[in-house]
Ligand binder design. Structure first.
Ligand code: IMP
Length: 201
């Protein structure tokens, strides 16, 4: 079976993508399968830029089609912060959440969105990037054990529970990553004739 590499070593993300790709005739590998991968500095100023950089590096290193995502949380009352710096907002997930809740103390507007950019690289070139989002609000305190990152404080629109409380199936239907991925898959299916040889599908 043909395979594609997702340029991440984050086991949670790999799991989400494995589920999203469950119906496709392609096997998913990740950087967990390439322990020698030298890593990429995520120094871009946009999600798309970082995703493109990671996809390209993985495609070149692994010598197979690759895709990468870059994602984060944009909070309205914080002028879009932590945004592209979401991972660097503090050292650990609980500290990132604590900082976020601290910054929002006393602020009425708790609207936020998760954003995800996905880039696809084939034959050593980035061929396209896509963006997806999910809008919601930041909870008063963390709730739930599912997911990762800021999930325990993000309540998506239309739900009362946080991503930390909702099961992974629900998150995978509505998440920023799922939305960006759906756009990427639409593109791959449309371009299948062009990509046939690369994907071997
Ligand atoms: P990156 O895309 O791996 O650079 O992650 C950026 C940051 O956003 C990390 O701190 C993640 O915890 C956070 N993040 C990205 N996607 C999600 C998500 O689906 N849930 C919660 N946090 C996320």
């Amino acid at each position: 079976m043909a395979y594609i590499v997702v340029a991440t070593g984050n086991a949670h993300k790999v799991e989400e993508y494995r589920k999203l790709l469950a119906d496709q005739k392609v096997e998913l590998k990740s950087l967990l399968d390439y322990p020698g991968f030298p890593g990429v500095e995520e120094d871009g100023t946009t999600f798309r830029e970082n995703a493109a950089k990671k996809a390209l590096a993985a495609c070149r290193y692994c010598d197979v089609p690759a895709f990468a995502d870059d994602s984060g949380l944009e909070v309205e009352a914080l002028d879009g912060a932590p945004g592209v710096y979401s991972a660097r907002y503090a050292a650990t997930d609980p500290e990132r959440i604590a900082r976020l809740l601290g910054e929002l103390e006393g602020k009425e507007n708790r609207r936020a969105r998760f954003v995800c950019a996905i880039a696809i690289a084939v034959n050593g070139e980035v061929i396209e990037t896509f963006e997806g989002e999910v809008r919601g609000v930041i909870a008063a305190a963390p709730r739930g054990e599912h997911g990762f990152g800021y999930d325990p404080v993000f309540i998506p629109d239309g739900y009362d529970q946080t991503f930390g409380e909702l099961d992974s199936e629900t998150k995978n239907k509505i998440s920023h990553r799922a939305n960006a991925f759906a756009r990427a898959m639409e593109f791959v299916e449309e371009e299948m004739s062009v990509l046939d040889d690369d994907f071997g599908i």
